[in-house]
Design a protein around this ligand. Structure first.
Ligand code: PLP
Length: 285
């Protein structure tokens, strides 16, 4: 695999980042995951706009190659012959050579930019989308700026492991009695034909797939309500699903061991997945 590090395309074995890089020492980095369908990059502008916002919120400089990101994405897709899969991008505050809590002088220390691809043939035809996934609920103990897409992913990883150990696929996090989001996706329920998902705030990541799915739902005359919901409400829902760049729209059929609705993939989730894949393929670049 060919990867990109600070201006260079290299075989992955030759790519290196300093051990003093603040992302390694302090998770002082932000990232984006963008999907590739039919060799086309999906929602590129949305991901780059969110990246810029994450950088601004953390007072992090834009990498020098910021304006070339589209060509870097395309180059990696071509070099690695990606048909379906993902492009991972990370910007870190870089390395000052010593460990220090204070941010290094941006005049001296430049951000690190890393990109690599992951080939996932069959991503659109994912069999899990036909059966749906199982989730458990866990406490949301993450920090208060979940709207910034940082590389502090230890608790979401632990959540995923708690789910696996419980025989489930993923976890929904709960704060003050309300579902915030999944470990790596936004969470939705459907009740009486209405799609309900938590409103945007600093409590959740502003999913790029979420924005697209809500837009498509409204265009298809589906009802959308942006508000938080409880686990009990989710258990009484007709359907549930999650969205992310790597899973698109993924139905959820079980919550804390109990079936949601019929316990199988519902019509709203499957229709939204279809619409999302169809529309996204049209606008991929
Ligand atoms: N919420 C969290 C915590 C995430 O990590 C992600 C994606 O990684 C999402 C939501 C979904 O965001 P997107 O649709 O932009 O992939």
């Amino acid at each position: 695999r060919i990867v990109y590090v600070n201006g260079e395309y290299l075989p992955e074995e030759e790519a290196t980042v300093s051990i003093f890089d603040r992302a390694f020492l302090m998770a002082d980095g932000v990232y984006e995951v963008t999907s590739v369908l039919g060799g086309k990059i999906i929602d590129f502008d949305g991901h780059i706009a969110r990246l810029e916002r994450s950088l601004n919120e953390l007072d992090m400089q834009k990498p020098e190659a910021f304006d070339d990101l589209l060509s870097i994405h395309r180059e990696l897709v071509a070099k690695n012959a990606i048909d379906e899969g993902m492009i991972y991008l990370q910007v870190t505050r870089g390395s000052a050579g010593d460990r220090d809590f204070a941010f290094p002088d941006p005049e001296v220390v430049k951000p690190t930019l890393v990109l690599f691809t992951q080939s996932k043939p069959g991503l659109a035809d994912n069999p899990a989308a036909k059966t749906g996934i199982k989730v458990i609920s866990i406490d949301d103990i993450r920090w208060g700026r979940r709207d910034i897409k940082t590389t502090q992913l230890l608790y979401p990883s632990m959540g995923k492991m708690m789910a696996k150990r419980a025989g489930a696929d993923d976890a929904w996090m709960v704060e003050d009695g309300k579902v915030t989001e999944g470990t790596s996706n936004n969470a939705y329920i459907v009740k009486d034909g209405k799609i309900i998902t938590r409103e945007l705030s600093t409590d959740i990541l502003h999913g790029i797939t979420r924005a697209a799915v809500l837009r498509f739902a409204k265009e298809a005359q589906m009802k959308v309500e942006e508000r938080s919901f409880t686990i009990d409400e989710a258990k009484q829902a007709d359907e549930a699903f999650v969205t992310s760049a790597s899973t698109f729209v993924m139905p959820v059929v079980e919550l804390d061991g109990a079936p949601i609705g019929s316990g199988s993939v519902g019509p709203v989730a499957s229709r939204l997945r279809e619409i999302y894949l169809e529309e996204s393929r049209k606008v991929g670049i």
